[in-house]
Ligand binder design. Structure first.
Ligand SMILES: [Zn+2]
Ligand SMILES: [Zn+2]
Length: 306
């Protein structure tokens, strides 16, 4: 066994209790700000300005073995310590950010007015149309995104981050806890709801920005609380035999923001081709060529039809 893992907390309550002290968090922050994330005992004590040697030694010892490692010259931040600080830096525990509304380059598919991006204190990034109230794309985003960015740069970061989360989850790996994500294509069967899930899920579906699509992919992490829906068109973003053909027809799906990809945001681009087994058709309209229709099956396998 790795010696450094011997003292690791074995349950989450213990881990969080270990961190529930100002001085311990200051120790982690001091190491985080140090060159090489490492300081000697004296340097670390000076950095946190703790005069009582006994108090400092006690709280440091509580962190050593898991969040902080001992080296020949002192102490260094371990991977769990980095992750604690990364979570703090995301801002979700202690900050709220607001941005916009700021005008984007893309236009509304419904009324052709300019789309806008807005980030509010409910931690949701929103792209929509103020002229006709169309909701184009909505997804959680962390307040850490707002620092050091102009509003349009925040919107661009929202695009990149949302792609990353979607791509990872669609590949079956939770972007938040690395656990297993179950993926399922859900078809709308009635006016009132989907053919999957329980009432609680359907309630959440009512809030989904793409709730007017005839089918969506549901994502459910077996380990953490991550649960969501994404448009079926998102699957196409990660299939080179689709993106290559779109690129040849003048559509670069990497450079084009999510909210300008019609096959992803437009309910009319999605249709249920077959009910059993469920096959969903997604049609893209690239600028320099014929439309491309891709078929997505229940295993999220994609075949190009045209
Ligand atoms: Zn509009
Ligand atoms: Zn998870």
């Amino acid at each position: 066994m790795d010696e450094r893992s011997v003292d690791a907390p074995t349950d989450p309550e213990d881990a969080f209790l270990t961190l529930s002290n100002d001085l311990r968090l200051e120790i982690l922050l001091a190491l985080w700000e140090a060159p090489g994330f490492s300081l000697s005992f004296a340097e670390l004590r000076k950095a946190v300005d703790e005069r009582d040697s006994g108090t400092f030694t006690y709280h440091l010892s509580e962190l050593v073995g898991h969040f902080v490692g001992e080296t020949e010259s002192g102490y260094e931040l371990q991977y769990p310590g980095h992750r604690v600080l990364d979570a703090i830096q995301s801002g979700v525990f202690h900050q709220q950010g607001t941005v916009g509304p700021v005008e984007l380059d893309g236009d509304c598919l419904e009324c052709e007015a300019s789309l806008t991006f807005e980030y509010d204190t409910d931690y949701i990034g929103r792209v929509g149309c103020e002229a006709c109230d169309e909701r184009v794309l909505e997804w959680p985003f962390d307040p850490g995104s707002v620092a050091d960015r102009t509003p349009r740069e925040v919107a661009a970061a929202f695009d990149r981050r949302t792609r990353l989360v979607w791509g990872c989850a669609l590949d079956g790996v939770c972007p938040f806890c690395a656990g297993r994500v179950e993926r399922e294509i859900a078809e709308e069967t009635t006016e009132s709801g989907l053919c999957i899930g329980v009432l609680e899920d359907l309630d959440r579906y009512d809030e989904f920005f793409a709730r007017d699509h005839p089918a969506v992919v549901s994502l459910d992490c077996r380990r953490c609380s991550f649960y969501s829906f994404v448009p079926v068109g998102v699957v196409l973003l990660h299939r080179p035999h689709v993106t290559g053909r779109l690129w040849e027809r003048g559509l670069d799906v990497r450079e084009t923001p999510l909210w300008e990809l019609g096959f992803l945001i437009d309910a009319d681009a999605v249709s249920v081709r077959e009910a059993h087994p469920l096959t969903v058709a997604v049609t893209a309209h690239p600028p320099d060529g014929d439309p491309l229709t891709a078929l997505v099956d229940t295993d999220l396998a994609v075949t190009v039809e045209t």
